[in-house]
Design a protein around this ligand. Structure first.
Ligand SMILES: Nc1ncnc2c1ncn2[C@@H]1O[C@H](COP(=O)(O)OP(=O)(O)OP(=O)(O)O)[C@@H](O)[C@H]1O
Length: 279
């Protein structure tokens, strides 16, 4: 099944800046895709168009093969922009995390279970009773991510999910995303709950200018250049090992790729490199 199918997307900001021009994107259910490109390439704009937060000037986006009305699938689609304040508007972090599922037909006990489970996974336990505007920038990002996950979406669109997040929390976020996409296990179940298991993993679309992040969140890459054109599509391996292509797009290839450049089976991550060196 197709999770998101976009054709001919075009969007110009009111000042005339053409951010996305004629982009087609098809993302299958359960896929992990990265929108990779330098600053200003149009990744955030494209992500917001795909998530139905912004109306395109031209083109359409179809969700789950069913509808072009993003609002009718809001329960299945979570979009996390770069601005945590868009998700944190209640008096406390706990209420922010509970807000999404509370709008749906989810029991109070289940809402509470999801909130506690995600707070535990994302190191927010001690912050639940705080007003969100009193959190640090990195804490706000984690709280916003948690609030996007408490609805247990089928598709998750994330704009630079680990920017401004420290190493420990980055690892926690990546491991949570890995579980969600790999097995489709809702986060609350991962922390000991009992909700139903999805047959597919969560569809994950991540926008980032960071090549090092891509192997952790995507199996496929849509590469944009600084002019906002889609210049390549391919597997994470194909794109990340093409050093010239990345450099032409003003992106830095992963350090480990540079280190092993020209050899067979270039590792994409330090963990892969270590396995190779040990093996
Ligand atoms: N509100 C706005 N008004 C006018 N132009 C904008 C606005 N927001 C973004 N742009 C422009 O649209 C283009 C695409 O911006 P976008 O934020 O989508 O890029 P990006 O690839 O996400 O960049 P970054 O990696 O820096 O987040 C850029 O040229 C940017 O200057």
């Amino acid at each position: 099944m197709t999770a998101i199918e976009a054709t001919g997307l075009r969007y110009a900001y009111p000042d005339g800046t053409l951010a996305v021009d004629g982009v087609d994107v098809t993302i299958d259910a359960g896929e992990r895709v990265a929108l990779l490109g330098p600053n200003g390439a149009g990744k955030s704009t494209l992500l917001q168009l795909l998530g139905g937060l912004v109306e395109p000037d031209a083109g359409t986006v179809r969700y789950f093969g069913e509808t072009t009305d993003a609002d009718s699938v809001r329960e299945r689609l979570s979009v996390l922009t770069q601005d945590p304040a868009e998700y944190l508007f209640n008096p406390t972090v706990r209420e922010d995390l509970a807000y999404g599922p509370a709008q749906q037909d989810v029991s109070r006990t289940e809402v509470e279970r999801r909130v506690e489970g995600l707070a535990d996974r994302l190191d927010l336990d001690g912050l639940l009773s705080k007003p969100p505007f009193r959190l640090s920038g990195g804490e706000q990002r984690r709280a916003a991510l948690a609030s996007a996950l408490t609805v247990e979406p089928d598709a998750l669109l994330l704009d630079e999910p680990v920017s401004n997040v420290d190493a420990g929390n980055r690892a926690a976020i990546l491991s949570l995303l890995d579980e969600l996409s790999a097995a489709g296990v809702p986060a609350s179940e991962a922390s000991g709950g009992s909700s139903e298991r999805r047959s597919d993993g969560v569809t994950l679309v991540t926008s980032t200018p960071e090549t090092e992040l891509v192997p952790h969140v995507a199996d496929r890459v849509i590469l944009l250049d600084s002019a906002g054109e889609v210049v390549a599509r391919g597997s994470t391996r194909e794109i990340l090992t093409d050093v010239d292509l990345l450099t032409d797009c003003d992106l830095r290839p992963p350090q480990v790729v540079r280190l092993f450049e020209g050899r067979e089976d270039v590792p994409l991550t330090v963990a892969e490199a270590r396995t190779r060196l040990d093996g």
